[in-house]
Write a new protein. Structure first.
Length: 116
């Protein structure tokens, strides 16, 4: 089992940047594929980005390609989401997700608000 804690959210103006972090507990972090999801008010949770256990493969929803970068540090048990050129439609609660054959786990979320 793994526990996930997100941080780094906040209020930012359009065009600004934020870096989200997700710290994982446990000694098997490198066995998990990791992802970021988001949920805007009144909408369903949606996939944003994912990274393979080795960090060699990354996947993004089309709306964030070229603006967001997912990365991981297996030595630090942490996954990151660098978000640049933020838009108001990026506003929402961002959740970290870990998946392996043992199950799927979620963090508690961190709020990102993009507004002038």
């Amino acid at each position: 089992q793994v526990q996930l804690v997100e941080s780094g959210g906040g209020l930012v103006q359009p065009g600004g940047s934020l870096r989200l972090s997700c710290a994982a507990s446990g000694r098997t972090f490198s066995s998990y594929a990791m992802g970021w999801f988001r949920q805007a008010p009144g909408k369903e949770r949606e996939f944003v980005a994912a990274i393979s256990w080795s960090g060699t493969s990354m996947y993004y929803i089309d709306s964030v390609k070229g603006r967001f970068t997912i990365s991981r540090d297996n030595a630090e048990n942490t996954v990151y989401l660098q978000m640049n050129s933020l838009k108001p439609e990026d506003t929402g609660v961002y959740y970290c997700n870990a998946v392996n054959f043992g199950g799927t786990y979620w963090g508690q979320g961190t709020q990102v608000t993009v507004s002038s």
